[in-house]
Design a binder for this molecule. Structure first.
Ligand code: PLP
Length: 294
């Protein structure tokens, strides 16, 4: 059992079928050099990725993550990933992790300048301890994302619905949130609608109805949000996708930022205005998100 490692994948065409892809994986120590200096993911952020939560060796929601990887690859004109090869790589990595929470990342890059293309690898590492933030929550500030809700459709080259490796803007938004005394951010469209957090989806509660921004305005469709909606629907709650005006944020009865590794973090304040926190439901959501999910 190892705690931190990578598997380099020899990419197999999407339509090639084999029973066993193990011989296309090469294990490398996470501290060992593995990428070429001509690698376009490191030079330009030109590639796509996924982060999958692993709990006690069980990789969560693998298929939705693989489908989103394929969707991101399509938007970026990258070769379609062979999903069975990636699925086996995830299982191979998960089986080598110790008990507790870990994270497996899938990276599909444009490849090496003037060299082999694409490049693909999987990393596995222990997850940070998010138990405190799952209980104590996050204060958020709203930040302008700089495009309107129509931008994704009008300008597909902005790759707004793809989970690309170009996360410098997302990381800058988190630093700006901290400069403003908050823990996290919620992006707003330039026409005043709620989008998502830099590394999470947002779910709001109004009475017995739960809502999240519709994932067609240039945001990612979160696998955790989908999973939470399945749980809430089974509990008899009404769930939906809406255009949510920024002003609605502070009117919510509760709100959460949800993502694959941190899971559900209750929002305790928006731009300095406190929001009610439903501790019991938050605990229930995190217990559900920590249970094995396929
Ligand atoms: N939105 C953005 C921009 C993200 O980076 C993430 C997570 O990585 C999410 C939403 C939530 O997605 P998921 O629940 O699949 O982790």
């Amino acid at each position: 059992m190892t705690r931190r490692f990578a598997l380099m994948l020899d990419p197999v065409a999407a339509d090639e079928q084999r029973d066993d892809y193990t011989d296309t994986f090469t294990a490398v120590d996470a501290a060992a050099p593995a990428l070429s200096v001509g690698e376009l993911s490191t030079q330009r952020g030109d590639g796509v990725f996924e982060s999958i939560g692993v709990v006690d060796g069980h990789a969560q929601e693998v298929v939705p993550h693989l489908e989103r990887l394929a969707h991101s690859a399509r938007l970026c004109d990258l070769p379609a990933p062979n999903l069975e090869q990636w699925r086996q790589a995830v299982q191979h990595a998960a089986a080598r992790l110790e008990a507790g929470e870990s994270v497996i990342k899938l990276i599909l890059s444009r490849g090496v300048e003037h060299g082999p293309t694409p490049t693909a690898w999987v990393t596995a590492a222990p997850a940070a301890d998010f138990s405190a933030v799952r209980r104590e929550g996050v204060k958020v500030v709203t930040l302008d994302r700089g495009y309107d809700l129509g931008a994704a459709e009008r300008a597909p080259w902005l790759l707004l619905g793809a989970k690309t490796l170009s996360y410098a803007v997302n990381m800058a938004a988190l630093r700006e949130a901290q400069r403003r005394g908050a823990d996290d951010a919620v992006f707003l469209s330039s026409d005043g609608f709620v989008l998502e957090a830099p590394t999470a989806s947002l779910i709001l509660r109004f009475g017995d109805r739960f809502t999240t921004p519709a994932p067609n305005g240039g945001i990612l469709h979160g696998t955790t949000q989908l999973s939470v909606y399945e749980h809430l629907s089974a509990r008899g709650f009404d769930v939906g996708y809406d255009r949510i005006p920024a002003a609605d944020l502070t009117a919510a009865d509760a709100a959460w930022l949800v993502s694959s590794v941190r899971l559900a973090a209750p929002v305790t304040a928006v731009d300095g205005t406190p929001l009610p926190v439903d501790l019991a439901l938050t605990d229930e959501l995190n217990a559900y998100l920590l249970s094995p999910r396929d």
